[in-house]
Ligand binder design. Structure first.
Ligand code: HAX
Length: 424
């Protein structure tokens, strides 16, 4: 049996040597040219980042360490985190060891609960989650070790230590946000016998075995999405200043709280509910088409459809859809998601703007949560956050291991670009 730390300690020196020699031998090779359109267009397509945990293929979607996500949907989140960090799926007792480690760190300090309780009733659950993470920064091992003078070589270990603690506590923190914000009664203690996803379900207050399984799947599907998306990029930049993982994750998740990124799942279920309300149940395909056009003609986007990188149906949507089909195909909300899937790609193609007319992960996840009684849509991005923290943190551990320097691209004024364009 090898712990995550032992496996990383074995791999890191070789990886460092590999990068050193790549940069030494090929450091001056050009990987990307940048156009003015890209400068003003969110840097789309500019190659300028490293992410070894996962990559997103425009057609196949998320690939974790060489394994397509579709081949990982039966796994536990603990296995995925191990794989994101090391490139290997855990074997034998490894996953039990990681689960036990999470269980030993899972409890939430009282001061964090006090902070959450002090927030106004109107606070958004994402603001509460991020505030809770910032409050937890008080226990950062990375910051303590930095203050003690840790060397560059020791930083990944401190980042790993904080990552394990933060990941272990996130289900308890997120559940506390849920139970406090929505007056669900006393907080529920973690159950060390449960896997990380099921424990989250348990602390939320729902012990239905199917909901446990949905949480397992949900935590797996949202874990990572390479390095250039808003939350990963933000966490990367903040971490590059050697801000500790609590700061970096709080910053990254602030980006996830945006409606064009993680908040889309909240928007998406609102969209689906709007349709169910309008037609008093699941719509016909024709009604769905009319509704989608109404949204587009009013200048809004259809939430849950389109993607900056993907150009096919998101395999995460496919996995969620299969879960709904298996458990409650006739539920009107789920049926509406299915009808949207049949109709909206053609509507978006006809509309002619979206580069990708197919559903992304957010198109279906909310309907499944709703079915199991999580009707508070504002809370949905918190689920996404707990899972995505695995990606942000595994990327941070590797960034510190690879001695990545502070991120600092160059900006220019619009006048500079105008002069540049005129003189080219
Ligand atoms: N409905 C209507 N129009 C859309 C659209 C949609 N679902 N998706 C893209 N478009 C439009 C864009 O608004 C853009 O219009 P303008 O030229 O008028 O600005 C045009 O199509 C080209 O955009 P694009 O190149 O296809 O898409 P981007 O890379 O710029 O943006 C987005 C990708 C995901 C932000 C976009 O598709 C969108 O807004 N989708 C709806 C919101 C959503 O589902 N977000 C979640 C994405 C997944 C995620 O990150 N989850 O966390």
């Amino acid at each position: 049996m090898a712990s995550l730390k032992e496996v990383l300690a074995k791999q890191i020196p070789d990886n460092q040597a590999e990068i050193k020699s790549l940069v030494k031998e090929h450091g001056d090779k050009v990987v990307s040219q940048v156009t003015i359109k890209q400068v003003y267009g969110g840097m789309r397509g500019v190659k300028g980042l490293v992410c070894d945990t996962s990559m997103v293929d425009p057609i196949d979607g998320l690939i974790i360490r060489g394994i397509p996500l579709a081949d990982l949907t039966d796994r536990f989140a603990e296995e995925i985190f191990y794989c994101l960090c090391t490139g290997e799926l855990p074997e034998g007792d490894d996953v039990e060891a990681l689960r036990a480690d999470f269980a030993s760190r899972a409890a939430l300090p009282d001061f964090v609960v006090d902070v959450l309780k002090a927030m106004p009733k109107t606070a958004h659950p994402m603001a509460m989650l991020i505030t809770g993470i910032a409050a937890l920064e008080d226990i950062s091992y990375f910051r303590k070790r930095y203050d003690e003078g840790m060397t560059r070589d020791e930083m990944w270990e401190a980042a790993l230590e904080d990552s394990l603690t933060l990941l272990a506590k996130l289900p308890a923190l997120a559940s506390a946000v849920y139970r406090i914000k929505y007056d669900k009664g006393d907080l529920i203690d973690p159950d060390p016998s449960l896997n990380w996803g099921a424990n989250f379900a348990h602390m939320l207050g729902n012990d239905d075995p199917d909901f446990y399984d949905l949480m397992r799947l949900y935590m797996v599907l949202h874990c990572d999405h390479e390095g250039g998306n808003v939350s990963a990029f933000t966490a990367h930049v903040v971490g590059s200043a050697l801000s500790d993982p609590y700061y970096a994750v709080a910053a990254g998740l602030s980006g996830l709280a945006g409606p064009l990124h993680g908040l889309a799942n909240q928007e998406c279920l609102k969209f689906i509910h709007g349709i169910v309300e309008r037609y008093d149940g699941a719509p016909t395909e024709e009604q769905m088409k009319d509704y989608a056009w109404e949204v587009l003609n009013s200048g809004r986007v259809v939430p849950g459809y389109g993607h900056a990188v993907l150009r096919a149906t998101d395999p995460r949507f496919t996995a969620f859809h299969a879960f709904g089909e298996a458990h409650f195909p006739d539920d009107p909300v789920f049926k509406t998601v299915s009808t949207a899937f049949k109709v909206i790609p053609d509507v978006l193609k006809e509309h002619g703007k979206a580069a990708n007319p197919y559903p992304n992960v957010d198109a279906g996840s909310g309907a499944l949560l709703y079915y199991y009684g999580i009707t508070e849509m504002e809370f949905y991005t918190v689920f996404f956050s707990v899972s995505r923290a695995m990606g942000l943190l595994s990327q941070l551990i590797l960034s510190r291991a690879m001695w990545e320097p502070i991120t600092r691209p160059k900006s220019h004024t619009t006048d500079w670009y105008k002069d540049f364009a005129a003189n080219e």
